[in-house]
Design a binder for this molecule. Sequence first.
Ligand code: GRF
Length: 209
Amino acid sequence: MIKIAVLVSGSGSNLQALIDANLSGQIVGVISNKPEAYALERAAKAGIQTAVIEHKQYPNREAFDDVMHQQLLDWDVDLVVLAGFMRILSAKFVKAWEGKMLNIHPSLLPYYKGMHTHQRVLNTGDVLHGCTVHYVTAELDAGQPLAQGVLKVNLHDNATSLANRVHVLEHLIYPQVVEWICTGAVQHTEQGVLYRGQAIKEPVQFCRF
Ligand code: GRF
């Protein structure tokens, strides 16, 4: 059974969706860089062990990442799931977990990397928006996308309503992708990322119009 660690900084609604999904893998631990993160309560309620590793207590990014890395090794983790983890990871850490680390980003990557995605979509006047689950690589929000949740932007949408609507899609696609990895449907190989044995060209899209 695949052992999963979830890294969080905030509310943890994606963590909750993963807990509720009864995955074929096991969430063996949750790491937060913020002691006040509500995600820690969610983990505790589900009987999942937690570790608070405060980035502020370390002299630099690498030192903080080294402690996280060691915690993940101690838990014997196979898959790292970033779920609202608000720290940029060092190149060394990303390299160590390459092919074993996922992120969810609130946009249809490769569009709108970085922050404030909902407002930027509104400013541009896009018709479609959504979220992307992707492997994490050294370049921000640029690893192989595996799945996207797609919605249509409504005339009355604002940044808050879009964030809420995107969250619903996140809770649908993130557990699905993690389950694909747990069951071997998605594999990260030397030849690239495979979905049911075929090279992934485009992410699988889940649409909600
Ligand atoms: C989500 O919007 C996700 O796309 C982004 O961080 C947010 C986390 O939300 N990476 P939550 O803590 O899971 O509720």
